[in-house]
Design a protein around this ligand. Structure first.
Ligand code: BGC
Length: 474
């Protein structure tokens, strides 16, 4: 038992459950925030890679003489690797624990980033990007689950959103790194290699964190689970014993199999998780994240500088509005945020389509396009962005949580890949206006889906959330 938990236990035992000393309380509160923020760094890997590749590719293409198929491979290798990584996480996360997997993904990412930076030709580059993708897939399947399992229910929304916040910061930092090396000879090597820095921060940080108490109980290590909970709870020992009992009574089986995903209550939860995984992507967020400068240029702004500035604006708004989400998710609730955000997504996509209809060379259309892009990103950042990752980590029963969360993560990465692949052909087929109106219409479907299927999970323990789906399945 750590010195710290001795202090908490001693205090709590002598003073009664709810009279834990102010110091110990503050210490445990700080611990849970630091733990969640450190694990959330996993999102940096994902965000950094998402934001860096467009700029890097501009230089890699002439350096390696890539055709469009090879360019597609260099980009698509990461989301495809991530599908594989999320699948690997599905079983390994129960076997080796969440923390070990996050640590491993950090190490794999460092290796991938370094090999990518020094790769002599296309095939090494593609292979290293598959490796990076595997690391990102593992991290994105496991980190939100880990955070949700250590978080107290009343601030779980905020803590899991650290992961999404890190994604957005990663994207922004990558835009800046891309700008810094835009004119350097072989600057792409720096752009890709510097990804190793956040990965190193993750590896160093995660070593000191406790394991997930829920995972520890799942593998029968009750004493370690108690100790882990003491590090991240402000309540005294009686409340911790109660929490342990609640977790244990929700564990009907220890490690569920893939077949257990077909149990009615799990199926009901999967509808929500998989549904949001798809809708988060097919409302088109990454068309903006990947192609913002192109979209803006097509509305009539010629200069590279202004369009790059506008995409930096997108990156900054994305971070800032995620901070807003962080503050509101546990007070306003998941459903309200989804209704507001997804309505904003649809409205802004319709306006963006309209801006293209009005046409280039009109200042009014350009202002409309930039304004609607900002509204779109803000709306995503307070809704589908954080809430998919949050719900995907909190709605499944412990016995199948890592498999089900991985299924959601795999789906999300697969559709990420599909949307980036089909965006340009979709424009050829429907024109810009048609393409954005198409995404806007999917936004309306998303609104209906959220209203019909997404339950409010604010303030409930993970075990109480299971009860919602048990009731639904009856
Ligand atoms: C999505 C990513 C997206 C990012 C943008 C994440 O929640 O999964 O695909 O690039 O948000 O902030």
């Amino acid at each position: 038992m750590s010195v710290h938990s001795h202090i908490i236990t001693a205090n709590a035992t002598s003073e009664g459950e709810d009279l834990m000393s102010g110091d110990a309380r503050a210490h445990a509160y700080r611990n849970v925030i630091i733990t969640a923020a450190t694990a959330g760094l996993a999102g940096l890997l994902f965000g950094y890679d998402t934001g860096v590749i467009a700029g890097a590719l501009l230089q890699i293409t002439p350096d390696f003489g890539l055709g469009s198929f090879e360019s597609g491979l260099v980009v698509g290798a990461v989301p495809l690797g991530a599908v594989l990584g999320a699948w690997i996480a599905s079983s390994r996360s129960d076997k080796y624990g969440r923390r070990t997997l996050i640590l491993t993904s950090g190490i794999i990412f460092i290796i991938g980033a370094i090999v990518a930076a020094i790769s002599p030709g296309t095939w090494v580059l593609v292979a290293s990007r598959v490796v990076i993708g595997v690391a990102i897939g593992v991290a994105s399947a496991v980190a939100p689950v880990y955070i949700s399992e250590i978080a107290p229910p009343d601030i779980r929304g905020r803590l899991v959103t650290f992961f999404q916040l890190a994604v957005t910061i990663g994207i922004l930092v990558a835009y800046l790194v891309g700008l810094a090396f835009a004119d350097s000879n072989e600057g792409w090597r720096w752009m890709l290699g510097l990804g190793a820095v956040p990965a190193l921060a993750l590896v160093i940080g995660i070593i000191r964190l406790p394991s997930s108490p829920r995972w520890l109980l799942m593998v029968g290590r009750e004493d370690d689970a108690r100790e882990a909970l003491q590090r991240v709870r402000t309540e005294g020992p009686e409340a911790i014993e109660l929490e342990i009992k609640e977790i244990e009574s929700s564990m009907s089986i220890h490690e569920g199999s893939w077949r257990d995903l077909l149990a009615p209550a799990v199926k009901a939860a999967l509808v929500v998780g998989i549904g949001l995984a798809i809708l988060q992507q097919i409302t088109g967020i990454n068309t903006v994240i990947y192609y913002a400068p192109t979209i803006i240029q097509e509305t009539g702004i010629d200069s590279d500088a202004s369009s790059i500035l506008a995409s930096l604006g997108v990156g900054i708004v994305n971070v800032l509005m995620t901070v807003v989400a962080l503050r509101l998710l546990d007070t306003r609730g998941r459903r309200e945020m989804l209704f507001v955000g997804v309505s904003g997504i649809s409205i802004s996509l319709f306006i963006l389509g309209l801006a293209f209809l009005i046409g280039a060379d009109s200042t009014f259309a350009t202002v409309m396009a930039i304004g609607s892009l900002m509204l779109f990103v803000s709306s995503f950042a307070i809704s589908l962005g954080p809430i998919f990752w949050l719900l995907n980590a909190e709605i499944y029963p412990l016995s199948v949580r890592s498999k089900a969360a991985s299924a959601g993560t795999m789906t999300n990465w697969f559709f990420n890949f599909l949307v980036s692949l089909t965006f340009l052909p979709l424009i050829d087929l429907l024109s810009q206006t048609g393409a954005f109106w198409f995404y806007g219409a999917i936004g309306l479907v998303t609104l209906w889906f959220c209203w019909k299927y997404v339950p409010e999970t604010k303030g409930r323990s993970l075990e109480q959330i299971n009860d919602i789906f048990e009731r639904r399945a009856r």
